[in-house]
Design a protein around this ligand. Structure first.
Ligand code: NAP
Length: 292
């Protein structure tokens, strides 16, 4: 299948590799061209604009950073996806973006005789590399079924949650939960260290009980190695938490813990850590850590 892929960062790059390994023909575009160099060396074809990607492909995946990036690559007048030949094609946005933009893209796609899905993911950089992502999908059942064989190459769970935008809403549910597991995990480490416990032993024990969670299993070991590389960027988590809070406000509900997590991550970003991985939250408390 001819697959277009726009956005070859931490996640997109790893997904493109998996799709190429599955035997598909890949057309790639990224703002910084050099991030596609090795993909092109391994058989992908570079295209100069999202429009050219669209013209060359049967299905187009997008995985950029922020909602404004999504808007730009789809709607830019002469070079965007929608300025290309989208008729009878399928557009799948994997970016974590807003439900309202997913609905808007779906409407524009329908008007132009195309189909779309919003399909944000969870599972981190390792999930993308290993094909173990969880994919949260909004759109029509028939379009979901058409794309399913490709989702199977990327993830181990891929569920349709309803019409356009519902994938993004599900991803917000995911991020609201992660706000709790990241703050819980980092506070747990601060507490355990002060109490003179072995952090490795504590994490090992907690992983077998009711406190087991993905954030601790995946990011706890990185913290113990002082590895704050992304993973999942602090700046992207702040973007997600703000989308969740905006959506909550529209629904007239309050999310006090998510609000507090957002403030903590904004403080971390203000200290110059926005390009760290989210595990860097511990830096708010561990400026000069000496391991116990
Ligand atoms: P990333 O490494 O920053 O990748 C985003 C890529 O999109 C970058 O290579 C960027 O180009 C490119 N891009 C941005 N705007 C563009 C534009 N207008 N035209 C062309 N390319 C553009 O981020 P990531 O970690 O892969 O995350 C991507 C998305 O997935 C985000 O929405 C994030 O919230 C979500 N996500 C990430 C994870 C994770 O663990 N990393 C997990 C789940 C979901 P440049 O190279 O020029 O910056």
């Amino acid at each position: 299948m001819k697959i277009g892929f726009i956005g070859t960062g931490v996640m997109g790059h790893a997904i493109v590799v998996r799709l190429m390994e599955a035997g598909h023909e890949l057309f790639v575009y990224n703002r910084t061209k050099s991030k596609t160099d090795d993909l092109v060396a391994n058989g992908a074809t570079w295209k100069d604009t999202p429009k050219e990607i669209t013209d060359a492909s049967e299905i187009i995946f997008t995985m950029v950073g922020y909602p404004q990036d999504v808007e730009q690559i789809y709607y830019e007048e002469e070079t965007g996806v929608f300025s290309g030949d989208v008729h009878n094609k399928t557009l799948v946005d994997l970016t974590t973006s807003t439900p309202s933009l997913a609905e808007q893209i779906d409407q524009t796609a329908r008007n132009k005789g195309a189909a779309s899905l919003d399909a944000p993911v969870s599972g981190g950089d390792l999930g993308a590399k290993n094909g173990t992502l969880t994919i949260m999908i909004g759109g029509e059942q028939s379009v979901y079924e058409e794309v399913l064989p490709l989702f199977e190459k990327m993830g181990q769970a891929y569920t349709l949650h309803g019409t356009a935008g519902k994938g993004q809403h599900t991803k917000m549910a995911n991020q609201i939960m992660i706000a709790g597991t990241m703050t819980g995990m980092t506070e747990m480490l601060v507490y355990s260290q002060k109490a003179g416990l072995s952090l490795e032993k504590v994490m090992d024990t907690l992983a077998g009980g009711a406190a087991a969670n993905w954030s601790m299993s995946n990011y706890g070991p990185r913290i113990l190695k002082d590895d704050y590389t992304p993973g999942f960027f602090v700046k992207h988590f702040i973007k997600d938490l703000k989308i969740a809070l905006d959506e909550a406000e529209k629904m007239e509900i309050e999310l006090p813990s998510t609000h507090l997590a957002t403030q903590l991550y904004e403080k971390l970003a203000d200290q110059g850590n926005e390009n760290d991985g989210t595990q860097a939250l511990i830096k708010l408390w561990w400026q000069d850590r000496t391991n116990s």
